[in-house]
Write a protein that binds this ligand. Structure first.
Ligand code: NAD
Ligand code: UDP
Ligand code: UDP
Length: 338
């Protein structure tokens, strides 16, 4: 490691899906990583493989309460991300987004740390502009069941920009589009985890609405690359920056791909579309490509296969989460590809 390169890095929400991958990458790079999590949706399992590492530390803490630590960089990821989870206790979701942001910004201000916010494509709501560029202000219902998350994240962006303007903080805002991969919670209700678990169980695949709504799915490794590149940018780069994979698929198409990939005999069933479910979502990533020199490199089918291996291992207990390729020989051909 280069002299002076080793940094003390706080990852809030570090025991979650994205947070655990980020902690792992930063630990591998040799940084001192402090993972803070209240285990609301994250698990110790996700970071168990890091616990014995000298440059990794875990702290149980809720970011809605003040936190006094000394760090050089903060990745603020703490917040439930799946609609089922964030709607379970919506008041806590808003508190986490807003009070959590204030506390982490206060911390960043005191210790003069760089701080990156995990924002979301949900700030665009049920977008009327497609694909969504960062300049679009969005179409968000402020009083619906998704509002705790959407408006919480929008308010957090406001706070980040105001701490920048008012206190000169070095901030980075990442607008994350749907991201998937190993360590997603199997019961989080998100579409990739639902379809995978249903396909592996041979249970009906639940497509909401007529399945024509679209999303654009980014594999987790690509997203972590983007986070780290964004954190490395000069101070005048604040974002917001869209991060995601512009490869757009309908939910019906996704269901069919998952069935094919897993060799499942599941049938597709149609269920009501949730309230305020965005119809189309695809990031315009021109700005991220230019500023970060980044674009996703994992094709959706490749990422889905790696994810299917993870869920297979989870369901049948045949491999550690961090080693998706170590799954015992499965019954269908797709899993035996390497
Ligand atoms: P996740 O639910 O797996 O992880 C969130 C983590 O935050 C969990 O470990 C949870 O226990 C922790 N947490 C929640 N509230 C907390 C609190 N008050 N104090 C401390 N820890 C708390 O979700 P994820 O997919 O890893 O998402 C991580 C971040 O990225 C979130 O901020 C989310 O809004 C954002 N994001 C994710 C996606 C995606 O597709 N995965 C898309 C857009 C934005
Ligand atoms: N804060 C924190 N850790 C710190 C410094 C501040 O958690 O190291 C919290 C503190 O509780 C405060 C919030 O961050 O409520 C905002 O701090 P700031 O200094 O911006 O505002 P103030 O303290 O004036 O409210
Ligand atoms: N969805 C679905 N079946 C499921 C879960 C989700 O058809 O079992 C749909 C959902 O209605 C939405 C899309 O898949 O249109 C993505 O949902 P998810 O909860 O993963 O994330 P969102 O992008 O809505 O936050």
């Amino acid at each position: 490691m280069r002299e002076g390169f080793r940094r003390r890095i706080l990852v809030t929400g570090g025991a979650g899906f994205l947070g655990s991958h980020l902690c792992e990458r930063l630990v591998m790079q040799g940084h001192d990583v402090l993972c803070v999590d209240n285990f609301y949706t994250g698990t110790k399992d996700n970071i168990a493989h890091l616990l014995d590492t000298a440059n990794f530390e875990l702290m149980r803490h809720d970011v809605t309460f003040p936190l006094y630590v000394e760090v050089d960089e903060i990745y603020n990821l703490a917040c439930p991300a799946s609609p089922v989870h964030y709607q379970y206790d919506p008041v806590q979701t808003t508190k986490t987004s807003v009070h959590g942001a204030i506390n982490m910004l206060g911390l960043a201000k005191r210790v003069k740390a760089k701080i990156l916010q995990a924002s979301t494509s949900e700030v665009y709501g049920d977008a009327r502009v497609h694909p969504q560029p960062e300049s679009y202000w969005g179409h968000v219902n402020p009083i619906g069941p998704r509002s705790c998350y959407d408006e919480g994240k929008r308010c957090a962006e406001t706070l980040f920009m105001d701490y920048r303007r008012q206190h000169g903080l070095s901030i980075k805002i990442a607008r994350i589009f749907n991201t998937y991969g190993p360590r997603m919670h199997p019961c989080d209700g998100r579409v990739v985890s639902n379809f995978m678990m249903q396909a592996l169980a041979g249970a009906p695949i639940t497509v909401y609405g007529d399945g024509s709504q679209t999303r654009s799915f980014c594999y987790v490794d690509d997203m972590i690359d983007a986070f780290i590149r964004l954190m490395e940018t000069p101070d005048d780069v604040t974002g917001p920056l869209n991060l995601g994979n512009p490869d757009e698929v309908s939910m019906l198409d996704l269901a069919q791909r998952v069935i094919a990939l897993t060799g499942s005999s599941s049938e597709i069933v149609f269920k009501p579309l949730p309230v305020d479910d965005p119809l189309h979502r695809r990031p315009c990533i021109a700005r991220a490509m230019e500023v970060l020199g980044w674009q996703p490199v994992t094709a959706v089918d490749e990422g889905l296969l790696l994810t299917a291996r993870y869920f297979h291992a989870k369901r049948f207990g045949s491999a550690a989460p961090s080693a998706p390729t170590a799954v015992a020989e499965p019954a269908n051909a797709a899993f035996s590809r390497t």
